[in-house]
Design a protein around this ligand. Structure first.
Ligand SMILES: *Cc1c(COP(=O)(O)O)cnc(C)c1O
Length: 381
């Protein structure tokens, strides 16, 4: 089955009792048992809920995995992965990962005795320098947020396998439409389903997809034990969002490309980050491991001026100033003061998150209107 057909149908069954074509929202906390311990596969909705199960089966198919688990947020999913570890363990991760992941690692888990190395993952040969006998996990994001750098998943996987480490990939920016890390050797794929999977800025959810049964069972145990499960209504919303994932991603990619090229040719613009440019760092790897370059475009204004960035962010009219990304509507974000404010300035700037950097989540509006909006905002800068 090809991707669009899978998005609509894989793992999704019409309701056997009523024939309802849309997955029902099983708004129930518990399930009747025939005898103690004898039930239809569902005992208590923290562990499993039938609406959530259909979404999980669908996600497993879209990522070419065997199992998926959904969480109350992307961070809930990240948290479950870190709970595979114990004090003394070490993690190798990127130096420009999602600000919320950095905050969890540094503020919550470092005090618990887990050590994180925030390194340049874009040169895979760099990874091995940080591996020792305590290393257990490589946590990578690709493309990264907000400078859209590319990690070579196959190369990272070869290193992970050689040293018996778990490789987890945050696939939020690419979505399964553009990239399937499990096919490249990753052990866990993580999504903030809040973004492209949900696609309509109306739900917060996370997901983990795996191939390995033992790893799945450990993560399912953590989900049920720690309780970061999503509700059935949210599961329904993501199921509905995914039905148009392939259509939306095509439009995001096309609009993203046009915006990236427009910005690159504009005299007031400094750098433009978009992995589709032939001279972008990681372009060759992106071409190899992705089926398109996505709808995220970041750029700096000439001079990296904070005031100019603020003026742009408050002058656009169709692009809305907001955190988050991946919804149908176009958004603009100022990472240094918004999504990445929890990363110390010095660390942030090493990763390119300067005061003049803006990040666009290019939506699916008509491209002529988006370009006109950017043009008009730039004329006020
Ligand atoms: C949003 C995001 C997260 C966190 O997900 P939530 O659903 O907001 O908890 C993690 N990683 C990336 C890349 C994200 O964009």
């Amino acid at each position: 089955m090809k991707f669009g057909t899978k998005a609509l149908h894989a793992g999704i069954e019409p309701d056997p009792t009523t024939g309802a074509i849309m997955t029902p929202i099983f708004q129930t906390s518990t399930f009747v048992q025939e005898y103690p311990g004898k039930h239809k596969g569902y005992a208590y909705a923290r562990g499993k809920n039938p609406t959530r199960t259909q979404l999980e089966n669908n996600l497993a198919a879209l990522e070419n995995g065997n199992n998926a688990l959904c969480f109350s947020s992307g961070m809930g999913a990240v948290d479950a992965v870190i709970k595979l570890l114990k004090p003394g363990d070490e993690v190798i991760t990127g130096n420009d990962i999602y600000g919320g992941s950095y905050r969890m690692f540094s503020k919550i888990y470092e005090p618990f005795g887990i050590k994180f190395h925030y390194i340049d993952l874009y040169d895979a040969s760099n990874i091995e320098k940080y591996i020792n006998s305590n290393t257990k996990l490589i946590w990578a994001e690709t493309p990264t947020n907000p400078t859209l750098k590319i990690v070579d998943i196959a190369a990272a996987s070869a290193i992970a396998k050689k040293h018996n480490l778990i490789l987890a990939i945050d696939n939020t920016f690419a979505s399964p439409y553009l990239q399937n890390p499990l096919d490249l050797g990753a052990d866990i794929v993580m999504h903030s389903a809040t973004k492209y999977l949900g696609g309509h800025s109306d739900v917060v959810m996370g997901a983990l997809v795996t191939k390995d049964q033992t790893l799945h069972e450990r993560l399912a145990f953590i989900l049920n034990s720690c309780g970061a499960n999503p509700g059935p209504m949210d599961s329904f919303l993501v199921i509905r969002g995914i039905k148009t994932l392939h259509l939306r991603m095509k439009a995001h990619c096309e609009n993203g490309k046009q915006v990236a090229h427009y910005l690159r040719n504009h005299p007031k613009i400094g750098k433009v980050y978009w992995p589709g440019f032939e001279d972008a760092a990681g372009h060759e790897i992106a071409k190899k491991q992705m089926r398109g370059f996505g709808g995220m475009v970041s750029f700096t204004l000439k001079g990296d001026d904070f005031e100019a960035a603020m003026r742009f962010a408050t002058s656009v009219e169709i692009f809305t100033l907001a955190e988050s990304l991946g919804g149908v509507e176009s958004l603009v974000n100022h990472p240094a003061s918004m999504t990445h404010a929890s990363i110390p300035k010095e660390e942030r700037e090493k990763a390119g998150v300067v005061d003049g950097l803006l990040r666009l989540s290019v939506g699916v509006e008509d491209i002529e209107d988006l370009i006109a909006d950017i043009e008009s905002a730039l004329s006020k800068v």
